[in-house]
Design a protein around this ligand. Structure first.
Ligand SMILES: Cc1cc2nc3c(=O)[nH]c(=O)nc-3n(C[C@H](O)[C@H](O)[C@H](O)COP(=O)(O)O)c2cc1C
Length: 189
């Protein structure tokens, strides 16, 4: 439970600690997030993804994707994204706004080599996410031996909207962290 006297540093450190744990622990409430991008029409495009890495010092979140997925196409045109987490146990919602881009080749490769054969298979399917199957009976075909469509999406977080709801208290804090100095504001929940 959140203490009545707000300690902003504790909240900031605590949320990043939860994210780091989430990227490593399948049982964590922070293991999955809703990752929101924008379609050309201006409509929101949201999907569930797994949090793969959270780096507090650089304010970076990393997720894995197929290079042919819509989110990749979308961030190239409009990099403004939102990562949404809901910790049901603690009654906390995190909305993290940021700028997304594809990680460089070295970093991508360093994650690729750590994937299991089973995980790699998902990124070697001939058809990209959302492509039509010719029939119900069509089986997945694979790309040639060393080819794959794996990529890593990094999001540089610029703003965090932290909301805590419990029976006694509703608290909301906004962290603006686009610069090295973090601007903190307590706002109405
Ligand atoms: C539990 C769960 C976890 C998922 N994790 C990922 C993930 O880590 N990365 C990913 O690209 N898609 C993941 N997906 C699939 C996405 O929700 C989505 O269908 C896919 O990324 C294609 O979306 P897009 O074309 O809009 O980018 C996951 C789906 C579920 C149900």
């Amino acid at each position: 439970m959140v203490k009545p006297t707000l300690n902003f540093t504790d909240i900031f450190d605590g949320l990043w600690k939860d994210l780091v744990r989430g990227s490593r622990d399948r049982k964590s409430e922070y293991r999955w997030l809703n990752f929101s991008t924008t379609e050309l029409s201006g409509r929101a495009s949201i999907r569930t993804v797994v949090l793969r890495e959270a780096i507090k010092n650089n304010r970076i979140l990393r997720i894995f994707s197929d290079f042919r997925a819509k989110k990749v196409e979308q961030i190239k045109i409009n990099p403004f994204v939102t990562a949404h987490f809901h910790d049901r146990r603690k009654g906390i919602q995190l909305r993290m706004l940021g700028t997304a881009y594809l990680a460089n080749k070295e970093l991508t490769h360093s994650h690729w080599i750590k994937l299991s054969e089973q995980q790699r298979k998902f990124y070697k399917i001939l058809k990209g996410p959302g492509e039509l199957y010719e029939s119900d009976k069509e089986n997945a075909c694979y790309l040639e031996e060393n080819a794959h469509k794996f990529c890593v999406i990094e999001t540089k977080i610029t703003e965090i909207d932290w909301l805590s709801l419990n029976n006694k208290e509703h608290l909301r804090v906004k962290f603006q962290c686009s610069n090295s100095d973090i601007k903190i504001e307590r706002i109405t929940p």
